[in-house]
Design a protein around this ligand. Sequence first.
Ligand SMILES: [Cu+2]
Length: 152
Amino acid sequence: MKKSPRAIHKEARAQQKRVRSLIFAVIVVGVLGLAGYYLKSAFIRTALEPMAGNVIDLEASMSGFDKTEIRVRAGRPVTIRLTSLDNEHHTDGGGKHQWAVDELGVDVIAQPESSNYVTFTPNKAGSFTFYCDICCGGKANPTMNGQIVVEA
Ligand SMILES: [Cu+2]
């Protein structure tokens, strides 16, 4: 049986509609999935493992460090544990953050949504600048730095 041009046209329209709703469904699922992924990393944070010694925890994100002043004692070992709260989708720095103090020769980088630490013994008293030179403006960014005060 030969189909009438009208029937063929109708079928083509129905086909088009099916394809369109399929594309729509794929987009919706994709968007929801992505939103869920971001929400998850924003709200669910795994607790940091307990560490021995004198540990100072520091968090860094695009809005800066959660502490702008750290106090330590000269001659006493200290561990700075840096946690990056940003994920790897950040265009600026890829979610990594740094904690460095030139005068004390320490430099540690935390990977996206991860922690990293450095243990050192400050050998001189004074107030020194710590900074992150990876993200947005680096050292020049006023939020990406702070002071470490080494007490004698
Ligand atoms: Cu940073």
